[in-house]
Ligand binder design. Structure first.
Ligand SMILES: [Fe+2]
Length: 168
């Protein structure tokens, strides 16, 4: 049986909602462990606040379609989960793994929102302004995270060479 565009859109909204919940978990876990990396900590705190808004937009979109954000497609978060698990292994270079994983995660979200918007258009959804705003926020955060790769790495090297704890 054919699946209509509305149903595809609803599934995409639910998947993106699950992705944002995952994002919050990942960032909240990291942000408490970044004493030596204040720029990363600030960026994550700002993006956690933004992500609450992104989650709310997705919930509103689902409510507008008389749907609720349950029933996540099995396995959708598997790839992301594996990628993010990189940073959870206690290791001296945990901070570097988190820097790479955050970069990957934000770009994953950019693809997810870009796709969601295309699906929304195909489904004839008139008002996609909120989701477009979320995409812009992900793009901005991806850039911040990218720009932090080198300073974070330099700080990691400095601390490590000085014999200090550099993992977080
Ligand atoms: Fe994000």
């Amino acid at each position: 049986m054919a699946i209509d565009t509305r149903e595809i859109y609803v599934t995409a909204l639910k998947n993106t909602h699950a992705l944002e919940l995952q994002a919050l978990q990942i960032m909240e876990r990291q942000v408490e462990r970044l004493k030596n990396y204040p720029e990363m900590e600030d960026a994550l705190r700002r993006h956690i606040a933004e992500t609450h808004g992104q989650r709310d937009r997705l919930e509103e979109a689902l409510q507008g379609l008389a749907e609720s954000p349950s029933a996540i497609k099995e396995g959708f978060l598997g790839f992301v989960g594996n990628m993010m698990a990189l940073g959870h292994t206690p290791a001296q270079d945990e901070i570097l793994k988190n820097a790479y994983a955050n970069h990957a995660f934000e770009n994953f979200e950019i693809a997810a929102y870009t796709s969601l918007l295309a699906i929304g258009e195909a489904a004839g959804q008139g008002n996609l302004t909120g989701l477009q705003q979320s995409l812009k926020e992900e793009e901005a955060m991806a850039q911040v995270v990218r720009d932090l790769v080198v300073p974070t790495t330099r700080r990691y090297v400095e601390l490590t060479v000085a014999g200090e704890k550099a993992d977080r």
